[in-house]
Design a protein. Structure first.
Lengths: 284, 284, 284, 284
């Protein structure tokens, strides 16, 4: 993989944004590998992602950033430039069900993501040995109604001592405290076991069975303080029929969960997602 | 197409149902073309569909039916035997949007369904010429808040004077009176422009856009007196992205509506659907 | 629909293309509605599509084109600017099967495409009345082994007397002469009734059945002088099972054909497709 | 899971098969959980799968089998009755790529299959530690052009000393000797990294990229002595676009490979597949 710099930005739409940005890149000899943009006509907002070959620039990354600042200011941009040479840092949160965890750990191990797991947090001990075989620290933090508050205090402490680019709730069956959700908004990715907004909350497999739907699915979204209402990143479905039991639905949906979560994380780690007004722009 | 008889039945599950039924068929020299069954373990109910080559039987259809009656009684079956030599009779209800209507009329014309349209009912005049070109009577019955009750009286009268196997609400934007829905329960098929139970009611395209889902879909279901809550027959979805406007969503969903409605009608006309407790068994 | 100008271009990749193009657009006050680009790293080629709000420009379209020419020359671009205010002109070629034709005519009639059909060409008379009901001229040009050459001479004459943006082979079962294919390369869209490159030639439904595949599909591609080998625009598939006969496969595939062809035409009419080395870039 | 007996059979089609079989089951008080059948009209062959609750029978499994034999003989059936209480036995063959292996091992570990792995065979040492962590013996049998024959002799010996229900080639990049393929026909499941019959042999990702297809897929099939031509069990596809590199195609297809192989194995282990003339009947 060639190292590259990824510039993502959003700002009120107007004439000349792309010209200014790309003229700036060209002036510094930046070779554009990929560029995507989107103009949201309903909110009159503009979004852009540019990937630049790192070694094409005639200045350092720091100088490049500094030189870009006036453009950012001029167009009132929210912007960032990241360096793909820096491995992204992850935390994975799980309970007992390991299908998403096992899938993600394999992907990480095989180099599918340019990222590493700083730790796995779980309220159960079940997956300790499996996680540690992968060389990843396992933080077993039990939770019952009495200890829940203390547990999340411990988790908050752990997170505040570290830097990270994403927390993946890989079928973590606990609701995060609002403060945690707010503090790390845009960094916490959940996988919900239904096609949202159908079948909220727990028991979505059963709800789907009871309603008699002919497709079941999964939804990956950023976590907010409103359960199952965060910005959707990706979704998938699979066909079911009358003969599928709740267990069958669970089994088939688990496969969709793995797929959808891994795709969402892939996009997140490549800085392909911009959140805007409770919706996502995903530059594929 | 070889003519065949289709036996569909449902009854409380017990030992010996299939044996009794198939022994009965074999005793009358019936050649089974296709057979499907389903045992619902949660309600302990049994469902079956058998298609028998018409000319293989050594008795007339009437005698066959009469001879079957005791078996039906013994197992407390709800059952019917239909003859595929009889073309199914349809009514299509539309408003202004014609994508489903045009699609169904083409399918009917090309012989895809063994059925004929007795009439198209509409609260608008727009599609009259197109429908009449197909040789189908067009019942233009205007509806405004004042005339709505009278209009449905007229529709009810039309339906009561005729026999039919299905009413297809092909994007008919009016809610049927409860009495009509109840009287023809299991015969009225609607196409809803979302993946139910997400996005109920009108404006589902807009709702999907506002929520930022990444898949949009359509749902075909039998009509009940509870809007959008009838037994689901079939569903489909298609992928969308952040750059799709409400109009794009409408355009993409219309294609799914056509597909899903045509599949649902196909299953209905071949007597492949059994309704049980607000859900459908669809023998494919 | 707001009128817009669509600039599409391709050229050898280098630094500064986007900057030059977008600076040019901004200098003429052009408001960019949508922009897409692609850098093909294996051939080192660059592709771009920009949609500009027509009434935002401070010059006429002709002046805009003229002013752009030096940029095109500098980067050795193949480029064009089209005006969406101009309705695209189509010819549809059919034989007897009308599912794609009926689907396209409905879409055209309902305004889904900003286009009009100049004529339908067919080697059979079957669809004359249906096409003429839509107000479209029907050119019945019979073809048998003896008259085929003369027939295509007549077709060539018809085409040479007219301008058009696309010829759609909507299940036209005749192979075009090489000269016609070459002359209108990039304008003739075919729908093949299989997932290419599996199952070439006629009889693809039967071939799929014989091989026992579990998915069947359709492929839309530009026509070249090599049968079924032109640049692929779009493809789709649907699931089948052991119980599906060749007729069932045909029925199910027809639906995919309609979908795939209509999507391909949609992209073509919006100038979203660039052909490069026997492959397509489709800016969605 | 309640233990059950699974009867699968195939025979020339005639009147009375289902009646005889189900009457036999009912006479022994057998409670049918699930039943599927298929009549292939082109070859006039009949196929059936019946799942019977084990503890409902009033005789032992051996007596039941013995009593069934005359029916089998009468209709010239190929038949078997298996007991789901017996865990199925598997061998997994891999090379270096572990995505399918990791996926299957997780599924086995989580109880998704009622089966256990007797051993993993590989021509590379890479996955030894991962496999052994799962408590599964790892047979490292190196293969180069000189040692290949000896290696397969060793594998053949290993297999002949053991009983097993399936060998899964989970991206095993070596071609099995014809003798092995023939000896275990119907037991060896391969996953091919394309939508067969498109893109045979190795390098299917590259072939798909070169052809410019818009969908890529994977195919699971039984292994025969003709490479990539065995009976297809299941297939899947995913959408790609012009911007996807060969590496992207590989990454996206790997997900389909996992899905398709796991579904195929699921059906195989539940005795849902009957092979007939190079095609499969899969009772879902």
């Amino acid at each position: 993989m060639t190292a590259s710099y990824i510039l993502t930005l959003s700002c009120p739409d107007t004439i000349g944004i792309v010209a200014s940005v790309t003229e700036f890149v060209a002036r510094h000899q930046g070779w554009i590998i990929e560029a995507n943009q989107h103009a949201d006509t309903s909110t009159n907002y503009f979004f852009m992602r540019i990937e630049i070959k790192a070694d094409s620039l005639n200045v350092s990354l720091d100088d490049f950033k500094q030189a870009f600042a006036p453009i950012g200011e001029r167009f009132k941009m929210t912007w960032q430039i990241t360096d793909t040479a820096q491995k992204k840092q992850l935390y994975l949160f799980v309970s007992k069900q390991a299908h998403c965890l096992a899938d993600l750990l394999y992907r990480l191990r095989s180099g599918e993501y340019h990222a590493e797991v700083k730790g796995v947090v779980s309220n159960h001990e079940d997956l300790k040995s499996f996680v540690e075989w992968h060389g990843v620290p396992y933080h077993y933090i039990p939770m019952n109604p009495d200890t829940k508050q203390a547990a999340f205090k411990e988790i908050t402490a752990l997170l505040s001592e570290n830097t990270f680019d994403a927390i993946v709730l890989a079928r973590f069956m606990q609701i995060l405290p609002d403060t945690l959700a707010e503090q790390h908004y845009g960094k916490i990715i959940n996988i919900h076991h239904s096609f949202l907004p159908a079948f909220l909350g727990a028991g979505a497999y059963q709800q789907a069975h009871d309603r008699g739907v002919k497709l079941v699915g999964a939804t990956s979204h950023y976590v907010t303080d409103k359960l199952d209402e965060g910005p959707i990143i990706d979704q998938g479905v699979t066909r079911i029929a009358h003969h599928h039991s709740v267990d069958d639905i669970a089994r088939l949906t688990r496969d969709i969960e793995k797929q959808v979560l891994s795709r969402a994380l892939h996009a997140h780690l490549q800085d392909r997602i911009v959140i805007h007004n409770h919706k996502t722009i995903v530059f594929e």
